[in-house]
Design a protein around this ligand. Structure first.
Ligand code: SAM
Ligand code: SF4
Ligand code: F3S
Length: 455
């Protein structure tokens, strides 16, 4: 008599496709860990999934349409197969909620970023009663309480760790306060515990994440902890080599944090500090609540405390009301600060935000301005990379590249380095001799007479 298969013990597979920021990557990793508790194993092959999760981003462009397009593709791929449970997570899920299931019945579950602790329960309910559900409450406390009980098994050399979520700043262009909810900081001790787990699993670099990561503040055991306290505590973890954080807001660049650039040996000398525009008029229209002069004062304080610090930033081009003069101010700022690399985007009206109804700048003008600004940013980037040629740079080796002969790593300034080297150097900080460069990368080799700095 043949054994009857128990459907609960049969291997189930989950595939997650992730769009958006590093926090979505962190979330996808935590979602994997949650669904693994109910028997789902991770697959990289979409077509073999029993559960398909799309973790979405709503920050720009046709975010919503991109999601429906993606679901359409999944539908086609599974035409001749059993339909997987289809879950839309992330910021589009939060913004669109039950509209999604109405418009695309192929979607079974819609779950916002602050409800991920309910994902297993929703899957169970769906499997039992085919009950379609939408969960978009801002229940961030329960979420972290739930995930604090699940070990973070991420074993990447460079890992993300969310310490803060949400935003109370309400820049007029930005959807984040609506999709991630109000600012919330996690328990200091739970963060340190999670960091230790990551390092035990092999992580050598941790990037602390938050929509306003430097607004982190948590009161525990009669003490107020800030981002600087987390950095200085992580400093004590011997096997951890590098500490980063992103994204910081100029207004929360406090003295204690600035001091970390003197006190900490592991905090990299790199700051991603978005400014958005070089014009005070536009900053005011955006509700950024800081001026260009204030941004400079932060820049100068940081440079004074550690002249090695390099800066990157985010720019929004053609924000409603941006004149040629305003744009010129942004160009001047870029020339003055010499950012090592930066992100620049044409303003994209987001539904529900204050700026969504403003008159747009002519598309051709916007595109032309973006081209000019990117030329300048990339020119800087190339020049900075060029200065590294024929020199040694320290690189944290993240992985062997898919062609198997070269390695991939990053400098402390986040510049990607592709190089030849001996075996078993992943996870180590090595000194790489740079032979050439382009706009995005440095290329080099490990000289055999140069010692590898043991990790
Ligand atoms: N919290 C960060 C800060 O205060 O700058 C930014 C977080 S946001 C996820 C990342 C970047 O997306 C922003 O810095 C901004 O440049 C860009 N962005 C946000 N909303 C945008 C919009 N409506 N159109 C174009 N770019 C946008
Ligand atoms: Fe968005 Fe950053 Fe402004 Fe918050 S501070 S509203 S996340 S751009
Ligand atoms: Fe996108 Fe949400 Fe991150 S809108 S950038 S996934 S916080």
């Amino acid at each position: 008599m043949g054994l009857k298969k128990n459907p609960n013990l049969m291997s189930k597979k989950v595939y997650i496709k992730t769009f958006g920021c590093q926090m979505n990557e962190y979330d996808s990793n935590r979602i994997y860990e949650s669904v693994s508790k109910i028997g789902y194993k991770k697959t990289e092959i979409c077509e073999e999934a029993n559960c398909y999760i799309l973790n979405t981003c709503h920050i720009r462009d046709k975010a919503k349409e991109k999601v429906y397009h993606e679901i359409g593709r999944v539908k086609k791929n599974f035409k001749l197969k059993e339909k997987p449970i289809v879950i839309v997570a992330g910021c589009v899920a939060q913004a669109e909620n039950n509209e999604m299931v109405k418009r695309e019945p192929y979607i079974d579950i819609v779950i916002g970023p602050q409800s991920y602790h309910k994902i297993n329960e929703l899957i169970f309910k769906y499997k039992k009663k085919k009950e379609k559900k939408e969960e978009t409450d801002f229940d961030v406390i329960s979420k972290f309480e739930y995930f604090d009980k699940i070990k973070n098994n991420n074993s990447k050399v460079s890992s993300f760790l969310t310490i803060q979520e949400g935003c109370d700043k309400f820049c007029k262009f930005c959807v984040v306060p609506y999709t991630r909810g109000p600012e919330y900081s996690r328990s200091f001790f739970k963060i340190i515990k999670e960091a230790k787990q990551l390092v035990q699993n092999g992580s050598k670099e941790i990037t602390l994440l938050g929509q306003n990561v430097n607004a982190y503040q948590y009161e525990e055991k009669n003490k107020i902890f800030r981002l600087s306290d987390i950095i200085m505590k992580l400093e004590d973890i011997t096997e951890l080599k590098r500490i980063r954080y992103t994204t910081s807001h100029p207004l929360d660049m406090t003295e204690d944090l600035i001091n970390c650039y003197k006190e900490s040996k592991k905090l990299v000398s790199f700051v991603h500090l978005p400014i958005q525009s070089g014009s005070n008029k536009i900053l005011k229209l955006m509700n950024r609540n800081h001026t260009v002069e204030y941004y400079f004062s932060v820049y100068e304080k940081l440079k004074k405390i550690n002249p090695k610090i390099e800066f990157s930033s985010d720019f929004i081009i053609a924000y409603p009301g941006e004149t040629e003069k305003d744009f010129e101010y942004t160009m001047q700022l870029i020339k003055k600060i010499n950012f090592i690399h930066s992100y620049s985007f044409i303003f994209s009206p987001r539904p529900g935000t204050t700026a969504s109804n403003l008159d747009l700048i002519d598309t051709n003008i916007a595109k032309e301005r973006l081209k000019l600004i990117q030329n300048e940013l990339f020119r800087n980037q190339s020049l900075k990379n060029k200065t590294k040629e024929n020199k040694y740079v320290n690189v944290l080796v993240e992985n062997r590249m898919s062609n198997q002969t070269k390695f991939f790593g990053r400098t402390e300034h986040m510049t990607p380095v592709i190089f030849k080297g001996p075996n078993e150097i992943e996870g180590k900080v090595v000194s790489v001799f740079i032979t050439s460069s382009n706009k995005n990368n440095l290329f080099g080799e490990i000289k055999l007479n140069k010692n590898i700095r043991a990790a």
